[in-house]
Design a protein around this ligand. Structure first.
Ligand code: ATP
Length: 373
């Protein structure tokens, strides 16, 4: 795989603010790459440096093997789709798509061929003569995409491309955008603060925090193997429990916590061992069972150290249709709660789990990520 973009020790300072702080990364040709992080983390500034709208204070950016220092935006092999998907309201869809091609000096026949190809790509075939106000929000967004794709850039930069759309359309467009990228094979670099969006579409995500790159991984690795409390907390929902490693034998490792008592941990997930540790336990990795008076804690007969169970009582349920989210108060520590997510696999699934129901919460010893303090 060849690298179409490299970012080498790039920093960008605005006065005292280090918007981007010593970031290095490489993007492979044909990737759908996401820059992800909370507001103000520097992701837009990094994207704007790739586009050429900002100049790095330090470091080097290469596109397609060439150093971009001093190369203006219109001479770079990139095109940008903006958040507001600004299309010209007085021009037809076809003229909007063809505008940039005309500016570049392409002849009529070539322009028409590229306009028609771009319309087909974004599934707006036959709508070229419409004006933007005769289109839905999702269709207008596709015009902006078609306009950028018609120029056949090597890299398409997308700044929060779906943020102006309503929730249902956003979800639909995620699939469309991902399959469009697959079809055209152009490298996409997208900025988003929406972790669901990044996980759903990107082949790899770079998570940024206060200007720095904190983790670069595939969506599933980010979620299942976060490298810090920040990433575990930013990507999805998580129960974060503080503790210390108190038993460290090959067949038995225990992290002692004040909230959950002694927790069995699989040696394979024990990356860090010293000092304060954090267990990052995802809500869907906790199993729920009804707890009757006197019923023993569930355990695995063949491997008691492979499984944990703790008693609690359901305090609150958010029923979300496909799944339910439970807040469960710990039996021995009534001011502490764990969050549990359970899919509603049958239409009667919720019946056993009402508010006030005593339950057992159980999880495998390999379920939590163990993170350094
Ligand atoms: P958002 O999701 O809110 O757009 P972001 O992660 O994209 O945030 P940036 O827009 O890259 O963040 O901004 C990073 C930091 O740099 C912020 O503290 C911001 O205030 C600052 N910043 C960005 N552009 C400028 C500028 N032109 N002048 C001064 N400070 C700036």
């Amino acid at each position: 795989m060849s690298h179409i973009i490299t970012v080498e020790n790039v920093s960008k300072r605005f006065g005292q603010v280090a918007a981007v702080d010593d970031v290095s990364l490489a993007i492979e040709e044909g990737e759908f790459f996401a820059l992800l992080g909370p507001s103000g983390c520097g992701k837009t500034t990094l994207l704007r440096m790739l586009a050429g709208f900002e100049t790095p204070t330090e470091g080097r950016i290469t596109l397609d093997g060439k150093d971009m220092a001093g190369v203006p935006p219109n001479r770079r092999p990139v095109n940008m789709v903006f958040q507001s998907y600004a299309v010209f309201p007085h021009m037809t869809v076809a003229d909007n798509i063809g505008y940039g091609l005309k500016v570049d000096g392409l002849g009529r026949a070539e322009r028409d061929a590229r306009i028609s190809e771009a319309l087909d790509l974004v599934r707006l075939t036959g709508l070229g003569e419409r004006k933007p106000d005769q289109l839905s929000g999702g269709q207008r967004q596709r015009v902006a995409l078609a306009r950028a794709l018609a120029k056949r850039p090597r890299v398409l930069l997308l700044d929060e491309p779906l943020s102006a759309l309503d929730a249902k359309l956003r979800e639909q467009m995620r699939f469309e955008l991902a399959s469009l990228q697959h079809q055209v094979g152009i490298t996409f670099v997208m900025v988003t603060h929406d972790q669901d969006e990044a996980l759903a579409m990107a082949t790899r995500c770079a998570v940024m925090e206060r200007g720095r790159l904190v983790q670069l991984a595939t969506p599933s690795d980010l979620y299942e193997f976060p490298n810090s409390r920040f990433v575990a907390d930013f990507i999805g929902s998580v129960n974060m429990i503080e503790g210390r490693l108190t038993t460290d034998k090959p067949d038995e490792a225990i992290i002692t916590t004040s909230e959950l008592g002694d927790v069995f941990i699989d040696h394979a997930v024990l990356g860090h061992t010293g000092g304060t540790l954090w267990l990052a336990l995802r809500p869907e990795k906790i199993e729920l069972r009804v707890r009757d008076a006197g019923s023993p804690a569930p355990k695995m007969e063949d491997s008691p150290q492979g499984y944990n169970s703790i008693a609690g009582t359901i305090d609150h349920i958010a029923y979300l249709g496909s799944e339910s989210v439970f807040e469960i108060v710990l039996e021995h520590l009534p001011d502490k709660k764990l969050r549990v997510i359970r899919p509603n696999l049958t239409r009667w699934d919720q019946e056993d789990f009402a508010e006030g129901q005593p339950v057992w919460m159980s999880w495998h010893a390999c379920a939590p990520a163990v993170l350094a303090g």
